[in-house]
Design a protein. Structure first.
Length: 276
């Protein structure tokens, strides 16, 4: 029972860390104070849980946990979280905090679902299956966010053409404004990008832990990274002001087509993704 509880708490840490990254990403791009407060609160909970586990481990083993690679990864992840909190509170280095937490999340995931952790735990198979479950959940959530961005892009195109042709009628009165549609696209991919990134990190860790061999050139992995880059470029160009209006809406539409190709064709061509 104790092992299952510890496994659940470590999984909860990873999930909370992942959600905090989403809010940090929003804060990093738009300096949103509410997102910053939520991200900081979640990260504080993660740090507190890490610290409690670290103290208990020291009391149990009666030594400082840095003698093995497995222990060192945990201590390294704890130091990164601690450093990011210090930089955020005392120096307001938001740019550094965001990227430090990306590294910290990767190493926290490696520690939680590392092969040595799986092998020595009586709930190892449960950890592996739940890692896969969390990976798929975040992937689906990112696809939902990108789907919403596509809906807003389609509404933007419809509204733009109606206004251009001066065919506005009362039946279209429930459509969002062009500005609202563009904001909806931005918020959607702003949410989807970090969710997809987190899903990729968890998926790679699952593959490394579970499969005897796998290739980074697997079609689904390559397609997912391409999708991440495409949406990131769209958001970056929009932030720079070089992609707006109809061009911005059309870019979302093309990116969504790429998502569908990756979801269906990429899964069929993959060596270990079997979503038929």
């Amino acid at each position: 029972m104790a092992d299952i509880t510890m496994a659940r708490l470590h999984e909860a840490m990873v999930v909370l860390y992942a959600v905090s990254l989403v809010f940090y990403f929003i804060d990093y791009l738009y300096k949103e104070k509410r997102a910053s407060r939520i991200a900081m609160s979640l990260l504080g909970v993660v740090w507190l849980m890490q610290t409690v586990f670290l103290v208990f481990y020291i009391l149990e083993t009666r030594r400082f946990p840095i003698l093995t690679l497995f222990e060192g990864i945990y201590f390294y992840a704890w130091l990164l979280v601690t450093l990011s909190i210090v930089l955020r509170i005392f120096y307001r280095f938001d740019f550094a905090v965001f990227f430090i937490n990306i590294i910290g999340f990767i190493f926290m995931t490696i520690h939680t679902f590392a092969p040595v952790q799986i092998e020595r735990s009586p709930v190892g198979e449960t950890l592996v299956s739940e890692l896969l479950f969390i990976h798929i959940t975040f992937a689906i959530l990112s696809y939902v966010a990108f789907s919403v961005s596509f809906v807003f892009s389609a509404l933007h195109v419809i509204l733009y053409r109606l206004l251009k042709r001066k065919k506005w009628t009362r039946q279209w009165s429930s459509l969002p404004s062009l500005g609202q549609a563009q904001l909806g696209m931005t918020i959607s991919i702003l949410t989807g990008i970090p969710l997809l990134f987190i899903s990729l990190v968890l998926g790679l860790q699952w593959a490394y832990t579970t499969l005897s061999q796998f290739s980074l050139l697997d079609m689904k992995i390559v397609g997912s990274f391409v999708l991440l880059v495409v949406y990131s470029v769209i958001l970056y160009r929009h932030r720079r002001g070089s992609l707006n209006g109809m061009s911005y809406a059309m870019a979302h539409g093309y990116a969504f087509l790429l998502l569908l190709v990756n979801f269906f064709l990429g899964s069929r061509l993959s060596d270990f993704h079997f979503w038929y």
